[in-house]
Design a protein around this ligand. Structure first.
Ligand code: SF4
Ligand code: SF4
Ligand code: SF4
Length: 394
């Protein structure tokens, strides 16, 4: 069960009383543990949301980034041959903020595709746990990907805390940027996860023409930019943000209504559409190849497999985890057989999870980034499947 807790603190830097509201759960000793570390609402003593808005010259962003790199590990979008992706950067000249979507999501900063969890050597009585607690910034992350991280937060800290994830999350600062342009396959506007961000950031940039509007979303963000002299934004500059958002909203070409599927999916479980999309192909797509590319690029997919590598002496060993996918045949392999052998069943399960109605429920919903559409070699489009399911209902 989750609780809402009000925490009053005095911030020595700003010399103000601050009230945090935080969702959390209680462990067996009934100790409150905040779940959403940087997603706190920062209020002043009159319970007004503290949201400071500044403007920053575009050329000053590089300077800011350079100052961050002295103290933090910084991941930012960088242009590579295959497209833009989040990389650890040590030269601000490599920054590429004008991207629409990255090939893989920035979730890898918190949740690497493959990681060693621990290793041991009994002969030396050694045990090493790979908890990463370096202070890290994700710079230039888009609204859909921030919303995906909020879902991962919920999954990795809900009933059981994943200590490897939360160690990184506690040390992470989210410096996001709103999207002025929608990509061909983006549909976040239909899901309320973009193109502009409302929560989940520590700092947020919006391109308002010649300058960026810089908004502070948490105390962590405020501390990060302390010492910089930014001019407060004027009403006109704040209004400009609204205009930019309206313009961005007009660029979307894909729309979905996953909510209307809620009541019909159970009866659509045996619909012929799953056989058609997965096994036969449609007018617009080939049959599913079970390659799992859709799930590997999805910012909200969290399933993983665990492997132990033990030395033949049985004295030494390591445990790794690696991203897994319900689209792969081995995923449902259990003692006694495989409970999801058919491609149709696997594709259906994947889509149901993304619609938010699989066993994983709310914590693995789609955020409309469009990466699975971009990455699918068979041309399968989740928005198209949702549209056809909705139509057949009518
Ligand atoms: S299901 Fe597709 S569009 Fe939705 S979040 Fe995952 S990759 Fe993005
Ligand atoms: S069960 Fe859900 S979260 Fe896990 S791989 Fe499948 S779609 Fe992704
Ligand atoms: S990327 Fe396309 S072909 Fe590959 S598993 Fe996903 S839906 Fe099937």
């Amino acid at each position: 069960m989750q609780f809402l807790r009000k925490i009053d603190t005095f911030n020595k830097n700003s010399r103000k009383f601050i009230t945090y509201f935080s969702f959390g759960n209680r462990n067996h000793k009934n100790i409150f543990k905040p779940l959403h570390i940087s997603n706190l609402l920062v209020m002043d003593k009159d319970n007004n949301l503290m949201q400071e808005k500044f403007v920053i010259d575009k050329e000053d962003v590089n300077e800011l980034l350079r100052s961050f790199m002295k103290k933090y590990v910084v991941f930012a979008p960088v242009e590579k041959k295959h497209g833009v992706s989040f990389q650890k950067i040590d030269d601000e000249k490599n920054l590429c903020l004008s991207y629409t979507s990255t090939t893989t999501p920035p979730k890898k900063v918190l949740y690497p595709y493959k990681e060693k969890l621990f290793s041991f050597d009994l002969s030396k009585s050694e045990f090493f746990e790979s908890k990463d607690n370096k202070k890290t910034i994700i710079f230039g992350i888009h609204p859909c990907d921030v919303n995906a991280i909020l879902q991962l937060d919920e999954f990795f800290s809900n009933s059981m805390e994943d200590v490897y994830y939360t160690a990184r999350r506690e040390n992470l600062i989210i410096f996001a940027i709103n999207c002025n342009h929608a990509g061909e396959n983006c549909f976040c506007s239909s899901l309320g996860t973009g193109p502009f961000l409302e929560k989940g950031y520590d700092l947020l940039l919006t391109d308002i023409g010649e300058k960026y509007l810089l908004e502070v979303g948490s105390d962590k963000g405020k501390d990060l930019i302390q010492g910089n002299e930014f001019r407060e934004a004027t009403d006109d500059e704040i209004e400009k943000k609204r205009e930019v958002e309206e313009k961005a909203l007009r660029e979307f070409k894909k729309f979905v209504d996953f909510d209307s599927l809620k009541n019909i999916l159970e009866e659509k479980y045996t619909d012929e559409i799953w056989e058609e999309v997965a096994e036969e192909g449609t007018d617009n797509s080939f049959p599913c190849l079970s390659c799992a590319s859709c799930s590997l690029v999805c910012p909200t997919c969290y399933c993983y497999e665990v492997f132990d590598y033990i030395d033949i002496s049985l004295e030494k060993g390591s445990r790794f985890r690696e991203l897994d996918s319900c689209q792969l045949l081995e995923y449902a392999e259990v003692a006694g057989g495989n409970f999801r052998q058919g491609r149709k069943e696997r594709l259906r399960h994947w889509m149901m999870c993304k619609f938010g109605f699989a066993a994983a429920g709310e914590s693995s919903k789609c955020v409309g980034c469009g990466r699975c559409i971009e990455a699918c070699p068979a041309g399968i489009d989740i928005t198209e499947v949702a549209r056809r399911l909705g139509e057949r209902n009518g």
